[in-house]
Design a protein around this ligand. Sequence first.
Ligand code: NAP
Length: 476
Amino acid sequence: MAQAEIGLIGLGVMGANLSLNIAEKGNTIAVFNRTAARTHEFYEEAGALKDQIVPCETIEEFVAAIRPPRPIIIMIKAGDAVDEQMKLLEPYLSKGDIMIDAGNANFRDTMRRFDALKDSGLTFIGMGVSGGEEGARHGPSIMVGGTEESYRRVEKVLTSIAAKYDGTPCCAWLGENGAGHFVKTIHNGIEYADMQMIAEIYGILRDGLGLSAGEISDVFGAWNKGRLNSYLIEITEKVLAAADPISGSPIVDMILDKAGQKGTGKWSVIEAQNMGVPATAIEAAVAARSISSAKAEREAAEAVLGLPKVAPLAVADKAAFIKDLENALLAAKIGAYAQGFAVMSAASKEFDWSLPMPEIAKIWRAGCIIRSQFLDEITTAFTKAPDAANLIVTPAFAALVSETDGALRRTVSAAVLAGLPVPALASALGYFDSYRRARGTANIIQAQRDFFGAHGFDRIDGADSHHGPWGSGLNA
Ligand code: NAP
């Protein structure tokens, strides 16, 4: 067999599916896995695609099977494993070869790895891949960071395997070094917020309205035909409709309410805080997962405090209330996306990336977990207003916020009065309310800071007097 045009290390869930996708698009691919038995198993299960796959037992054999200059995708457990794998691989590589880390790396690790290889003649690409197992197999969204020249060398194969939205591949070069992994991190942060907001609306339907899982599934099914149409709403309809094969009950009613997390949500929040950009909806979502995981503590707290002593949710017109929930979810979602894009905009300046906002929205329209029709609207909004300070002040989204924020306000109010937790929905509302208010309340904070710490303040009239008349209360 001729030499492969690309190689892949790591035949776990993502690597195996990505390899099959690459082979299916007519590329010959060499594959290697730390545990060789997995390589054999993968090859045996590859069916008709075997002809396009070169299974390798050793790194030496693997590198020799790829035509130089070699693009090599590393799709293994994120963290130290990637450094170890790169170290094992490096002695066999030659000038011009490209190592592509396609796992969920922290973008700061990606920047470090990129810099470490800069003068070695080898090139490093940090590539965010979204879409889970199904996306990897049939078309993920691909976010690439590295030199533009190195991207051009792998563009053909990457665009061939990426998801397509109206024929356009959901794959793009986003900037140097850590740009791709940063954008993937924020994608995941937004995904956390999207999922949490859906969970809060589910909570209102279940605990406020007393609907069954099947009834709630129908609500999400109807919403999926409207403006909320998206992969996450679609799967929510499906998971709510599924029955547990053991008990026969809806499976969601049998699943423990403890959510896991692997770090990308937390990284989004940390980076947002580092840059001083509010990402309150993502923060609320990450915190909600942490509270969810403290199940035993919550059980103990409920035993001590009980549930809030409030009147149950009173709904006069159920259909109108459910319509409000739909609009509330849309409004809150706009808040979360606005925050995510604002974080990326700040990072673009901080790390000198020139992140292309319309392009990012474009490559998220298909293949990834947050894919939706809504992202097409974001693409249009940022294309028409590329310098907008925030998504919510673009004409299209300002109109959408005006149309739906009343529903979000009524929903949050009703939930709070009924004692139902809606931290992410409420944070989006608080974000709108503070972002749109020209005269806020930080004048009192500045006065306090000046009082106890002589920190000074700016005046609204521009006069040259920057300390208050606090007298002896002024402590340095
Ligand atoms: P997985 O199924 O758990 O597979 C892990 C792979 O990593 C295996 O091939 C394993 O090899 C290899 N590995 C682990 N430690 C290694 C080491 N020290 N040296 C060399 N190889 C090592 O993982 P996955 O779900 O495919 O995820 C792979 C990457 O993609 C992760 O960074 C993950 O965060 C990211 N990701 C996952 C998803 C998803 O939906 N699953 C989506 C996007 C991105 P052995 O067979 O020898 O153990």
